[in-house]
Write a protein that binds this ligand. Sequence first.
Ligand SMILES: [Zn+2]
Length: 249
Amino acid sequence: MEDRRMWNVSLVRSVFSSYESNKILQIPLCARPGKDRLIWKDSSIGQYSVKAGYRLLRTRASPPQASGPSGTNASHLWQKIWAISTLPRCKELVWRACKGVLPVRMNLKRRGMEIDTTCPCCGEAEETTTHALLTCIGIRRIWFASHLNIHINEEIPENFLGWLELVLEHPNEDTMADIFNLIWVIWKRRNAWLYDGQLWSFERSLAKAAAICIRQDTEVDGLQLGKTQRGLLNSHKSGCGPWCNYQGC
Ligand SMILES: [Zn+2]
């Protein structure tokens, strides 16, 4: 309530979950009247830029979260993720997935939201990070249909971080970059379905991942696959790695 310089508690509680309400109501209000405005606190002029965001991510190369299930040091893991030669947005997404902070439904429920945790894509399982990025039925098909030929079955580590640790052991940097790119596309595909009602076909999903591989940053809506991209999608890499349960690998 602007005139009294205090939160409208009933309004906040009616809009947000109890967890979020409590966090919001703990924010101290400025004693002086004035309009609110968004400020990027890590910039001297208070405005966000990609450069400022990139710089912040680099300076936070030693994140606060401790180790994963097999004792991996978080800082070491972050450095390995950051060393992958792909776009920062792909690496940041993978890191958020490892930390368990992607807004998949199980994570939102864990944070106190009253929410149906069923996967919005298949409707057959709870939407965990692992499910959203790896084991959802449509996502498995994408992994397998990609040039990576990764066959994901129930035997993969339940925890996404556990799976990624296996991935990061792979010696081929290009393969790791391709995996990161595909994870990013899979997440965008999920959000396109959830928020825009758009269902990306396998071809479109793989074309987007291939475009990242080729040009590092390309929007490919409506892209017709060229020769090189078709090759990227179709070429097989045998013996792709310990995370792949495909027979013969
Ligand atoms: Zn699903």
